[in-house]
Design a protein around this ligand. Structure first.
Ligand SMILES: C[S@@+](CC[C@H](N)C(=O)[O-])C[C@H]1O[C@@H](n2cnc3c(N)ncnc32)[C@H](O)[C@@H]1O
Length: 192
């Protein structure tokens, strides 16, 4: 079943955003690709299975143009959701969807949220260094992939075991992989 409301929110956002702040054609194509959307549905599904999200404060870092944030808020309406990205275009675009976005580097944020979501791990150079900024026992939802040809992909891994090593979480609640047409995505939900 097509969720027309979801699509309309995005097309409304595109109409409202000046072209130089909107996602490019390539970015829009990428964010609505099967690999990106299935990966985000997968994160929402596993969080529903674990039943750990209700009434929590949740931050999505490297939130991009907000697809996962919007899906999380739809699935868990009672969460306190924050979004963060260092790209000002994301802040401007998301403001037209009704979301405030913290405009900063994820390495510069003071983390107080219950759940920290980063599905852009392939984009950051020092994952353990970033995770060390979080308070002990914070729940994290992490995704990466093996798509080494991707733009700004600096930390790809080729197996779930390598991702476990790269993140070094103290406790793992869920770990798995998802094959998509262009790459394999890896996900770990756990605690630092
Ligand atoms: C291509 S996108 C997201 C792809 C990813 N697979 C996803 O949808 O979750 C990567 C995003 O991470 C953001 N980003 C990368 N490094 C960052 C950092 N250090 N702090 C904040 N945002 C960052 C970029 O600005 C971009 O919006």
């Amino acid at each position: 079943m097509i969720d027309s409301n979801f699509i309309i929110r995005y097309t409304d956002g595109l109409y409202a955003t000046p072209a130089n702040f909107a996602p490019t054609f390539e970015e829009f194509r990428d964010m609505f690709s099967s690999g990106q959307l299935r990966s985000k549905e997968w994160a929402v599904r596993e969080l529903q299975n674990l039943d750990i999200v209700s009434h929590q404060s949740v931050i999505v870092v490297g939130c991009w143009f907000g697809t996962l944030g919007v899906m999380l808020k739809d699935a868990f309406p009672d969460i306190k959701l924050s979004l963060l990205d260092k790209d000002p275009r994301c802040q401007i675009f998301l403001s037209h969807l009704g979301y405030f976005t913290l405009l900063k580097d994820m390495y510069d944020h003071t983390y107080t949220e219950d759940i920290v979501v980063n599905t852009s791990c392939e984009h950051i150079p020092d994952i353990k260094g970033w995770l060390s900024l979080l308070s002990p026992k914070t729940t994290v939802v992490l995704q990466t992939n093996n798509f080494v040809a991707g733009k700004d992909h600096v930390s790809c891994v080729h197996s779930l075991d390598k991702f476990k090593e790269q993140t070094g979480l103290k406790e793992i609640l869920y770990a798995g992989e998802l094959k998509t047409p262009m790459y394999t995505r890896f996900m770990i939900i756990g605690k630092v």
